[in-house]
Design a protein. Structure first.
Length: 565
């Protein structure tokens, strides 16, 4: 039976998306099927950014330390950057243009400028080391990369890098930080951009090792943003009806990296439509977050579950006024059930959680407020109005209600393809257009999704996906490693962390510390196993001669738990 909140949400959404509603639906064909679209959405990201930057021109948009910028100011800088890109830097429509940098106003202005110039903005993982950056840039044939100083140093260490690297100083304020780029404008006209033109590439850690570049068109990203906007408007309609609307400007902390889909789509891009202020945090710190929440009157918080838990349990939480923060959302990993209850009882904010993937432009499911408290281990209902979620077997056929299968998502917001990888693209979709998430789950009678396992050999450390195969490949780069297996270990802080079992080559000696130091030269620090066991006997094998990870995972998870007890 549907809850009262479910019924209210359904009614609010029906009014918005029905004929004559603010978000009335249209349709588009893909995979030989008609998929719903939100007809009111602008056709391109450039049109979206221009319209809402003008609508909220005088409102504060970005706060970074003492720097305070309005929507109109940031969009003006982005237009100047775009002119420099097509002028002196010769960017053509469709060119992949990378950003390798920490979060900053410059990052956001560059993102916007690349889109306005017709480029495909390529979000390089700022935590990657040189080898990973080279692989990502080469994989999508990225010809131009903008980098801050630390990432520029990593790029400079790559022999034979094909991309041109332009370093910018994000310690300067806008527009000075990007003035050298804007100064290269020569009057070349900006290109016309359509909904089917390429817009973004984000990288996803898959079970096959190296990250894949997930390419999306302008329409796919905009529709993803508007699906989030539909949820925001739906909850606003309910709050208005109940007399609980805040008079404060919507505002949130930007505390997750912009190269992740969560920060890019529901946080940054959605903020343009709702006139939301973003307060940038260069590095996560729970007490600094609480200080900023009080100072900037933050109304909405989103981050990986670890972040809200660290505020919840911080010994100084009582020193800060967090009362403006009405919603406390999480994504990237499940919240422990007890955290949901405690956030509601001890922080007075309404807990929320969302489930989506890079390939779906973050769109998937959501569990809201009282419904989340009632079903704290559920990822929620499919997000209306665009998401069609199904639980399918290996052949792509639906399973019975309550039965486990692969969670699959179909919507107009799903990505176009993996760049240069038609095989992986074909394997990612069913014949009728469902994206295979690699997660195993089931739907209850009310349509709530419960995720119980993963098909993919992936570890989720505090919301950051880690490919076991990629870490294993890095271990095998060590000349003294004969066998290696990587798997997830339970962790109270991050949910899970990588662990590894390694067999040295005959006659060689290895230590865990030396292996960790070796890995740090090749992969990002968050991927380095938290525990490495060096063993004397060959790793167990299956009949197929593959390493028996199930047995290894069970043995060493139990060993790690016993050591912690």
């Amino acid at each position: 039976m549907k809850t009262e909140l479910d019924l209210k949400m359904d009614a609010a959404l029906a009014a918005m998306t029905g004929e004559g509603g603010q978000l009335a639906l249209g349709e588009i064909e893909r995979f030989g099927r008609k998929l719903p679209t939100i007809a009111a959405a602008p056709p391109t990201l450039t049109a979206y950014l221009a319209f809402f930057s003008a609508q909220h021109a005088g409102a504060e948009f970005l706060i970074a330390g003492e720097e305070r910028l309005t929507f109109g100011e940031v969009h003006a800088v982005a237009q100047q950057v775009a002119a420099g890109l097509v002028g002196g830097l010769g960017v053509k429509k469709g060119d992949r243009v990378g950003i390798a940098a920490r979060n900053s106003p410059s990052w956001i202005a560059l993102y916007m400028g690349v889109l306005i110039a017709g480029g495909t903005v390529t979000l390089l993982n700022g935590w990657w080391q040189s080898d990973e950056l080279r692989d990502g840039i080469d994989d999508v044939e990225c010809g131009l990369v903008f980098a801050d100083a630390p990432r520029a140093a990593r790029l400079a260490a790559i022999d034979g890098l094909k991309a041109k690297v332009v370093t910018f100083d994000d310690t300067k304020r806008l527009p000075a930080a990007l003035a050298d780029i804007a100064a290269q404008a020569d009057g070349t006209a900006l290109p016309e951009i359509g909904p089917d033109d390429f817009a973004t590439i984000l990288f996803t850690s898959g079970s096959t090792g190296q990250s894949k570049g997930a390419l999306s068109t302008h329409r796919q990203v905009v529709q993803g943003v508007f699906n989030y906007l539909a949820s925001a408007m739906m909850m606003l309609a309910i709050a208005t009806e109940e007399g609980e609307v805040s008079a404060l400007q919507p505002s949130t902390l930007l505390n997750v990296p912009l190269f992740h889909v969560t920060a890019e789509v529901p946080v940054m891009l959605q903020s343009f439509a709702i006139g939301r202020k973003l307060v940038l945090m260069p590095k996560w710190d729970a007490e600094e977050a609480m200080r900023l929440i009080e100072k900037e009157k933050i109304t909405y918080f989103v981050g990986v579950p670890l972040m809200s838990f660290e505020m919840l349990t911080h010994p100084n939480r009582h020193k800060y006024d967090l009362s403006t923060m009405t919603d406390i959302a999480a994504g990237g990993a499940p919240r422990p059930v007890d955290h949901v209850r405690r956030i509601h009882e001890e922080m007075q904010g309404a807990p929320l959680i969302g489930y989506g993937l890079t390939e779906t432009n973050g769109v998937g499911t959501g569990n809201w407020r009282g419904n989340y408290l009632a079903k704290p281990n559920s990822a929620g209902r499919p997000s209306p109005p665009l998401v069609d979620l199904a639980i399918l077997d290996d052949a792509g056929a639906p399973v019975a209600e309550g039965q486990r299968g692969e969670v699959c998502i179909r919507s107009v917001a799903n990505f176009e393809r993996y760049w240069g990888n038609p095989q992986a693209t074909a394997e990612a979709f069913t014949a009728d257009g469902y994206f295979r998430t690699g997660d195993i789950g089931y739907l209850d009678p009310e349509g709530y999704l419960f995720i119980v396992d993963r098909k993919k050999d992936i570890i989720i450390r505090g919301g950051e996906n880690i490919s076991c195969q990629e870490v294993e490949a890095a271990l095998y780069e060590h000349p003294d490693v004969a066998e290696a297996a990587v798997f997830g270990l339970a962790d109270e802080k991050f949910g899970e962390v990588p662990g590894a079992v390694v067999l040295p080559a005959e006659g060689r000696t290895l230590t865990a510390d030396a292996l960790a130091a070796f890995l740090l030269q090749h992969i990002a620090a968050f991927k380095v196993p938290a525990r490495i066991w060096v063993v004397a006997d060959p790793l167990p094998r299956l009949g197929t001669e593959k390493i028996d990870k199930v047995t290894l995972r069970a043995k060493y998870r139990a060993l790690a738990a016993a050591e912690m007890a």
